[in-house]
Design a protein around this ligand. Structure first.
Ligand code: G3P
Ligand code: CA
Length: 229
């Protein structure tokens, strides 16, 4: 482990460069992060693309739903600042086992293809399962991932309740919880950890909150500005 509290770059290093781009991920790597969080969707031609929103309008010169465009169409678009939408495979090539990759299953039906790619990178490209965390707010996607391959580390995202996340985590046999920082107290962090759960919290950007989360003893912090942790 590189840091006592694991440092994860959020959507790469969103605080510095356009989120979920190779350049943003490269920036996070330059900060020697322990991990990088990205979001994935399945596009109309079936590939997994790295993009946060369900629609193209906020972050690109395109419009409409990500899932209704082919990869070729998405690759002609410009992400704000002059970047391109990468695929999950592009991101894996760039990271090249240098840190953990936290893949958030954002879009529908993302579990099957994500698990296929993770398995391929473990079997054929020298990655280990522990180099990955697949997270999601969508219980169905996590359940699908759990059914497909029980070796891939899964994490339950929540902005509602730590205890509900733990209840669901039991059903998919994981001990990793990704709660929004506003849900955490020193007591619920201690209690969860005493029950064997790891807590990686998001999205923690200001120095006071970073310090508070460190004092709670969280296992990891996901931040737009990972160099501040
Ligand atoms: O994975 C943590 C965080 O990214 C979840 O929320 O909306 O930023 O994808 P969001
Ligand atoms: Ca995310």
């Amino acid at each position: 482990m590189k840091h006592q509290t694991k440092v994860f770059g959020h959507r790469g290093a969103k605080g510095y460069l356009a989120e979920n781009t190779l350049e943003s991920i490269e920036k996070a790597l330059s900060f020697n992060v322990d991990g990088i969080e990205i979001d994935v969707h399945v596009c109309a031609s079936g590939e997994l693309v790295v993009f946060h929103d369900f629609t193209l309008d906020r972050m690109t010169n395109g419009t409409g739903e990500v899932g209704k465009h082919s990869l070729l169409e998405l690759q002609t678009l410009t992400v704000n600042g002059g970047y391109q939408i990468p695929t999950l495979v592009d991101v894996l090539s760039l990271i090249n086992k240098n840190c953990i990759l936290n893949i958030e299953l954002k879009g529908k039906n993302t579990a099957v293809k994500t698990c296929e790619i993770v398995e391929d990178y473990v079997k054929n490209h020298g990655w280990n399962y522990k180099d990955f965390i697949i997270s999601s707010f969508q219980h169905t996607e996590l359940e699908n991932a759990f059914q497909i391959n029980k070796k891939i580390p899964l994490a339950v995202l929540t902005k509602a309740s730590v205890s509900e996340a733990i209840d669901f985590a039991k059903t998919i046999e994981t001990n990793i919880i990704h709660p929004n920082f506003a849900l955490l107290t020193t007591d619920n962090v201690k209690l969860a950890q005493s029950q064997g759960y790891q807590i990686n919290t998001w999205t923690v950007n200001d120095v006071d909150t970073i310090l508070r989360m460190k004092n709670y003893g969280v296992d990891g912090i996901i931040s737009d500005v990972p160099d501040k942790i």
